[in-house]
Write a protein that binds this ligand. Structure first.
Ligand SMILES: Nc1ncnc2[nH]cnc12
Ligand SMILES: [Zn+2]
Length: 344
């Protein structure tokens, strides 16, 4: 029995495994700038966020049709289900595709149909969070939001990602106001590489309901006190922070300090195809690094449910299944992730 959990910080384009890159390239007649799967995988060594994003965007060119987006999401959902995932709020980057001429309808319909089927197929609930690329002009973000039309109803919320330094949250104040008027949830990346002031401004100007990463918040004690008092969730991604050199190694990650401070912390995978593990692998990695016991891991899984945008009844159902995982003595072979021996 694997710990039931929700994932709230997952870029679907970051689940594109090298095997699928080559399969879709062949299907769509696309010439890749990589010799083969091994060559692509050998480039998964990053010095910072930008060096990763360059490869991430280079690989997305194989995604062309609604069927491609559907296949991508199905592959992720299968892997995540095996690691205990029961609810997912999935990020996608439409501008990375519409800029190449892919219609936004193909992106949304492919992803949404995979998610809808996952409820029946895998017992996973969830929704789509449309992320704006902060390094593109604000007008492009607004035009993307305006282009949704009646597909707005297929979206759970909006987010903000890509290059952080040099692109402060205030640029997107009007876009976020418009999204809130449309009834969408709002989250944003902040404080991954950018300063704690970006987190504060993301709360004040964008009125974000959750902060993605937020790891640099710890540099500002007043901000930490505010995150605790206002119960603002942080969607933390430990293996990502190691791979993108936000921290030197997993043992240096400030996750225990965040928990100790009383922040509502959740554990997520960010771009699992690139960072060495899916959501369960992140749980296994922190359990090993910090000696977290089962009640500590269950508390993190509970946080993921509390911080989600699931309905109250779904939250109650998921919380009960986490309690069962922790307390039922008949659960033999209890694990936090899926295949810890392979990936932790
Ligand atoms: N970790 C990350 N930070 C910012 N933008 C991203 N896009 C995909 N992964 C990201
Ligand atoms: Zn991210």
């Amino acid at each position: 029995m694997t710990l039931p959990k929700a994932e709230l910080h997952l870029h679907i384009e970051g689940t594109l495994e090298p095997e699928l890159v080559f399969e879709l390239a062949a299907r769509n007649g696309i010439a890749l700038p990589f010799a083969d799967i091994e060559d692509l995988r050998s480039r998964y060594s990053f010095s910072d966020l930008q060096s990763f994003l360059d490869l991430y965007y280079a690989a997305t060119i194989v995604l062309q049709t609604e069927a491609d987006f559907r296949a991508l999401a199905e592959a992720y959902l299968d892997r995540a289900a095996a690691q205990g995932l029961r609810h997912v709020e999935l990020f996608f980057d439409p501008q990375a595709h519409t800029e190449r001429g892919v219609p936004i309808e193909a992106v949304i319909d492919g992803l949404a149909s995979a998610l809808e089927d996952a409820e029946e197929r895998l017992g996973i609930t969830g929704g789509l969070i449309l992320c704006f690329l902060r390094n593109l002009p604000v007008e492009s973000a607004m035009a993307t939001l305006d282009s949704l039309g009646d597909r707005t109803s297929r979206i759970l919320g909006i987010g903000l990602d890509s290059t952080e330094v040099g692109y402060p949250p205030e640029l997107f104040t009007a876009v976020y106001a418009r999204a809130r008027d449309l009834g969408l949830h709002v989250v944003a990346h902040a404080g991954e590489e950018g300063p704690p002031a970006f987190v504060t401004d993301t709360l004040d100007l964008l009125r974000a309901e959750r902060i993605d990463h937020g790891i640099r918040s710890l540099e500002d004690p007043e901000l930490v006190a505010r995150l605790v008092a206002e119960r603002i969730p942080l969607t933390v991604c430990p293996l990502s922070n190691v791979r993108l050199k936000v921290v030197d190694e997993i043992a240096d990650h400030p996750l225990p300090a965040m928990i100790e401070a009383g922040i509502l912390v959740t554990v997520n995978s960010d771009d699992p195809a690139y960072f060495g593990g899916y959501v369960g692998d992140n749980y296994v990695a922190i359990a090993r690094a910090f000696g977290f016991d089962d009640p500590a891991l269950a508390a993190l899984a509970r946080n993921s449910v509390i911080a989600s945008f699931a309905s109250d009844s779904r939250k109650a159902e998921l919380a009960a299944s986490i309690d069962d995982w922790l307390t039922d003595p008949s659960f033999v072979g209890r694990s936090a992730g899926g295949r810890p021996e392979e990936r932790a």
